[in-house]
Each structure stands twice: as structure tokens, then as C-alpha cells.
Ligand binder design. Structure first.
Ligand code: FAD
Length: 340
């Protein structure tokens, strides 16, 4: 295990902001994870594991603890009857996993193409896009339980996946995920597709629904809409889509007849956070005070242009949240995780 001291954390989040870690180590094996946990325990330090930092950031100031950056690599594919089992090191770049699986003609995660971050970060928020979620193909994962320093397996049921959620988000920092295991099929998706994907396929006369073809379509769609975090520092969607009661929706419709909404199985309604932000005047809104702005084709994405600190990001977030509260009486909830 190689320990670095007093490390700037900004390069470890795709928003390129954050304070300093007292200690940081890049782990490449289970043994190194166990060693790092032991170091933190014996020095009475908190420890946190991250992957690609595309859904998280640290606050400004000193994190008096140990950050483990997961770099455990490896994609192994085996076959059991009709299922292809992918065993993936949690530090693999997620999109490389999708690329490899589509190259083999395997279906199940092709719609999750181009989502930034690590494979291990996927189950934490049950990544999803264009109608697929990682939960759909998830078999189990392996992790080191920090409380016992022992290796454990967690299956799909125990992971309690739901919309952008899992136990790993709530019991944060208990399980250091070292491997994820997915089950894919050699097949192609069939219509009906998620609305925007269906539209793209139709407009471009694409009738090849093989995993590789769908991957290309998703990549093109995402490139049209979302900024590449390497060039425009961001964390993807900064807010979750709010959910309201039928009564609240009726009130909103009196003032905003065109408010987009989707009925949920429990009778409540999901609203579009992007629509609310846009309507409140925040599309492509450059905030001089904080150096932050909202992305032109997706105002849910907050981009760091000239921000100096996490404080600037949070100030900009609060401006948006306040305006939405004033205009719609809805409080937006943040999606990315503030780690410490
Ligand atoms: C441009 C852009 C587009 C995006 N699009 C989507 C999208 O379409 N759908 C979607 O669902 N998300 C999307 N995201 C969010 C993000 O890419 C995903 O949530 C991704 O899975 C995060 O992985 P990561 O490795 O970067 O996680 P990190 O940011 O490093 O960590 C996120 C959380 O997971 C924990 N964690 C990470 N790795 C481990 C591990 N090995 N063991 C234990 N805990 C761990 C961290 O402690 C933290 O709590 C997008 C982000 C960006 C920047």
C-alpha cells in the first residue's frame, strides 16, 4: 500500500473542487483494501472509498482521514447455460465494461453506455439510463465489510435496489466494494424503447437493435445532451426529479398547465427537475458571483467554470433551490454525495 499525505481532492471529483485529504491511497487488490482499513483503524481515522468521483465530492478544508481510490482492475467473462457472467474489478472504468460486453454481443447494459465513473460506483446509486438499470443484470458483489475487515458477498435482494438507490448509499462507507458480478445474455433489445432513444432510432432509420448498435445510439444521444466532464467539470444531474402528491400536482397545474409529469405506481407523480430549473430561468445561466453555470441543453447539470471552492458550488445550488421553492413551492433534492 502506498500512502500519499495532504493530497488535494479536487482531481478526484469530476467537478474539480474539494479540500485536502490527510491520507490517500490507490488500492489495486483486496489485500490492499484490508491493509488500508487496518491503517485507518489503528490510527483512529475515518476512511472513505471512492471510484471515479463522478457522483461525489469532498467539502473544502481538511479531511482528517484516509481516502481509498479504488483501482481494482479486471473483466472476466464466463458462461453458465445461456447467461454470460461478468466478474468486474470495482475499479474498472464502467464504460470500458459496457464496451467489452457489447463487443461480445452481450445485452443488458448497452443503454448504460458512457456513464462516467467506476464499476464499483454503479451499484451504489443503481445507475440507470434509457430504461436500463444496473439492478436489471446484477447478480452479486463482493466487498470488504469495514466493521469486521472481512470479505462478504451481497446479492441483489440484500442490495435493496430502487430508483438511484441501494443500501450502499445509506450504509455509506461500511462496504468497500471490490468486485461486481453481472449476468448478461447474447441477444438484442426489442421495442418499445425509452422515448428519446426510440425517437433517435426512428429519425436515423436504425433498425439494428444489437448491443453495439444501441450503444452507438446512446453515445450519440448523450454527446448531444451532456457535457463531457473532462472538458466541462460537472457531476451529471445535480438534482433528483421531485415527486409530489396528486393534490400538489393539481395546484401546480392551475398555474403551470404544461408542467410535465409521470404517474408512479404508488399514485404520486414524478416531475422534471430540468423543466422546473429551465422555467425558473436557469438554462445556460452563468452566475458571475460563484463561477458556476447550468448546461445549455440540460440545465440539471451544474458546470464549474471559474468556481474557487465547494462553497461556490453550494452557493449556486442554494440559489437554484431557493428560486424553485419560491416559484413552485418544491424543494429540490441533491443527487451527488457530499463525502465529508
Ligand atoms: C456527465 C455525467 C453523466 C452522468 N450520467 C448518469 C446517468 O445517466 N445515470 C446515472 O445513474 N448516473 C449518471 N452519472 C453519475 C455517475 O456517473 C454515476 O453515479 C457513477 O456510477 C458514479 O461512479 P463513480 O465511480 O464516479 O463514483 P464516486 O463518485 O467515486 O462515488 C459515488 C459514491 O459511491 C461510493 N463508492 C464508489 N466506489 C465505491 C466502492 N468501490 N466501494 C464502496 N463505495 C464506493 C462513494 O463513496 C460515493 O458515496 C453521471 C455523471 C456525470 C458526470
Amino acid at each position: 500500500m502506498t500512502l500519499e499525505e495532504n493530497v488535494s481532492l479536487a482531481p478526484y471529483s469530476t467537478i474539480r473542487l474539494g479540500g485536502t485529504a490527510r491520507y490517500l491511497t490507490k488500492v489495486t487488490s483486496e489485500n490492499e483494501v484490508i491493509e488500508a482499513i487496518s491503517f485507518a483503524k489503528s490510527n483512529n481515522l475515518p476512511s472513505i472509498m471512492i471510484g471515479g468521483g463522478s457522483n461525489s465530492f469532498f467539502k473544502d478544508g481538511l479531511f482528517e482521514g484516509l481516502v481509498l481510490v479504488n483501482k481494482i482492475a479486471g473483466i472476466n467473462i464466463s458462461q453458465l447455460d445461456q447467461t454470460y457472467i461478468l466478474s468486474i474489478g470495482a475499479g474498472e472504468i464502467w464504460d470500458n465494461v459496457v464496451l467489452e460486453s457489447t463487443k461480445q454481443g452481450l445485452s443488458g447494459i448497452e443503454c448504460l453506455s458512457l456513464i462516467p465513473g467506476s464499476a464499483g460506483g454503479g451499484p451504489v446509486q443503481n445507475i440507470g439510463a434509457y430504461g436500463q438499470e444496473i439492478a436489471d443484470t446484477f447478480l452479486y458483489l463482493e466487498a470488504i465489510d469495514k466493521t469486521t475487515s472481512k470479505k462478504i458477498q451481497i446479492d441483489k435482494l440484500s442490495a435493496k435496489f430502487s430508483y438511484r438507490d441501494s443500501i450502499f448509499k445509506h450504509d455509506q462507507n461500511r462496504y468497500f466494494i471490490t468486485k461486481i458480478v453481472l449476468g448478461l445474455k447474447k441477444s438484442s433489445l426489442e421495442p418499445p424503447f425509452y422515448n428519446s432513444l426510440a425517437e433517435y432510432l426512428k429519425i436515423n432509420n436504425i433498425t439494428d437493435y444489437s448491443p453495439g448498435s444501441i450503444r452507438n445510439a446512446v453515445i450519440n444521444l448523450r454527446n448531444q445532451k451532456l457535457p463531457n466532464p473532462k472538458d466541462f467539470y460537472n457531476l451529471g444531474s445535480f438534482f433528483k426529479n421531485p415527486i409530489v402528491s396528486e393534490g400538489d400536482l393539481k395546484v401546480l397545474k392551475n398555474s403551470f398547465g404544461d408542467i410535465p409529469n409521470w404517474e408512479l405506481p404508488d399514485g404520486r407523480y414524478k416531475l422534471s427537475a430540468a423543466w422546473l430549473i429551465d422555467k425558473a430561468g436557469f438554462r445556460n445561466f452563468h452566475d458571475i458571483e460563484t463561477g458556476m453555470y447550468t448546461w445549455k441543453s440540460q440545465p440539471l447539470v451544474l458546470v464549474n467554470e471559474l468556481a474557487n471552492s465547494v462553497n461556490d458550488l453550494l452557493k449556486f445550488r442554494d440559489k437554484i433551490v431557493l428560486r424553485i421553492e419560491q416559484e413552485f413551492n418544491i424543494t429540490l433534492e441533491q443527487e451527488p454525495i457530499i463525502l465529508a
